[in-house]
Design a binder for this molecule. Structure first.
Ligand code: PMP
Length: 427
């Protein structure tokens, strides 16, 4: 049917016709998809995130940073100044590795956590740490290769692994993080079965989703096990500086420059919408990593890099991190208090030292995914645990985020959630 005929045809509703045409086109193109595209899933977190925007719901789902505490006027002034005074550079393509100034400043940020030997030449600025994970897969992984990860782990990384047809093999954790003996055993088993194990993807500080931190005493042990087995470590550390009390723990990368690719991000210590993250790459791997990054993005966004540089240069960013730390500490305490007050017997939860998340464990017989409907009816949203593990098995866990919600709403959200969980425990 030609388009003017279609407009003149009142008998067929336009949206039905469009849907039909789309279905026919989808059928025609189905066989063109690459195998890897079949594995790309909409993130479960995204699904719930959309629901959580509904008015009246308390969202304990999204791990969004609380941007209200940023100096927005100052950032706005900087952005204006950059475009009006340095627009010909700020709006132009830049180098694929990122600006020299930002790479130097990133080394100062990493020094705050105890990485004191970073060379700006080995820093690659990326479009968030998410794209650094993608680049790592692009550089190291063939379809069918294996990467190890914590169980549970970050859902965005799992999606990236799937899109490269990489098998993510979970390694058990306890309340002190990855269990070294389990890691060693798993690597040996996988090797014996002929698997190509490429790297350990780990979030050692304030894990997303569990909130668990890898014990200081285990950190070197984990790197040593990987080094011994010739497996790289991909250390994802977007929350490391957000420790509530005391100094940040030494990252795995500190003291292990040849065995660890360190991923950092401005998403949690500044703003995720800028999409600026980085990888500190061992010198002997830097070139491959940087060329792979360039092949995807040409260069990271110049204006945003300059904005981050201007912010780091002219603002007390350490003070801003301090503000975030106090804020999240207070919110975490409010969540733990509410859990103590309202949670039914038979449930337990982690007590994080930093970051954004608490991980709740229900009795074994409970599957938390179907509980989401009842929770939404009760006016609260969480992320079911199944999203954070590579297996298809049901999960008796759930993730609660305290970062983006006021202490009052956190208490209200947990109060609404408790009867839903209680009913499930009793079934
Ligand atoms: N890694 C982890 C562990 C995360 O929690 C997140 C975001 N929630 C990311 C990476 C992605 O961060 P970015 O915004 O830097 O891409």
């Amino acid at each position: 049917m030609r388009s003017e005929e279609r407009l003149n045809s009142p008998s067929i509703p336009n949206d039905v016709e469009v849907a039909l045409e789309r279905a026919v086109a989808a059928h025609r193109h189905e066989h063109l998809f690459a195998e890897r595209a079949a594995n790309i899933k909409q993130s479960a977190v995204r699904d719930v995130f959309d629901i959580s925007m509904r008015p009246g719901l308390v969202s304990l789902a999204g791990g969004n940073p609380f941007l209200q505490s940023l100096p927005l006027d100052k950032l706005g002034g900087l952005a204006y100044q950059l475009v009006t005074e340095q627009g010909l550079t700020a709006l132009q393509y830049g180098g694929g590795q990122g600006t020299a100034e930002l790479r130097r400043q990133i080394c100062e940020v990493m020094a705050e956590e105890g990485i004191t030997d970073a060379d700006p030449a080995n820093v690659v600025v990326t479009v968030g740490s998410q794209s650094a994970q993608d680049i790592a897969c692009k550089v190291f992984c063939n379809p069918g290769d294996v990467v190890l990860c914590e169980d549970p782990t970050y859902v965005g990384a799992l999606n990236t692994f799937e899109s490269y047809q990489v098998r993510a093999e979970p390694v058990p954790v306890d309340d002190r993080g990855l269990v070294p003996e389990e890691l060693e055993r798993r690597i040996a088993e996988l090797r014996a079965s002929g698997a190509n194990v490429k790297f350990l993807y780990t979030i050692p500080s304030f894990n997303n989703p569990s909130g668990i931190t890898l014990d200081a005493g285990r950190r070197q042990q984990i790197v040593d096990i990987c080094r011994e087995a010739n497996v790289l470590v991909l250390e994802d550390n977007p929350y490391g500086l957000l420790r509530f009390d005391g100094h940040p723990l030494l990252p795995l990368r500190a003291g292990n420059p040849d065995d660890v690719i360190y991923l950092g991000s401005f998403s949690k210590i500044l703003a995720p919408g800028l999409r600026i993250g980085w990888a500190l790459v061992p010198a002997h791997l830097q070139r491959r990593f940087y060329l792979a990054s360039e092949s995807v993005t040409l260069c990271p966004p110049t204006l945003n890099q300059m904005l981050v540089s201007g912010y780091l240069e002219s603002h007390d960013w350490r003070g801003q991190i301090g503000t975030y730390r106090r804020l999240y500490a207070e919110r975490c305490a409010a969540m733990l208090d509410a859990l103590d007050e309202f949670m039914p017997a038979g449930t337990s939860w982690t007590r994080p030292d930093g970051g954004f998340f608490v991980w709740v464990t229900m009795p074994e017989h409970v599957d938390t995914y179907p509980l989401l409907h009842a929770a939404i009816d009760a006016g609260v949203v969480f992320i079911p645990g199944a999203a954070f593990t590579p297996s298809d098995k049901p999960s008796n866990k759930l993730r609660l985020a305290f970062s983006a919600v006021s202490t009052e709403l956190i208490r209200e959200g947990v109060r609404r959630l408790a009867p839903v969980l209680e009913e499930a425990v009793e079934k």
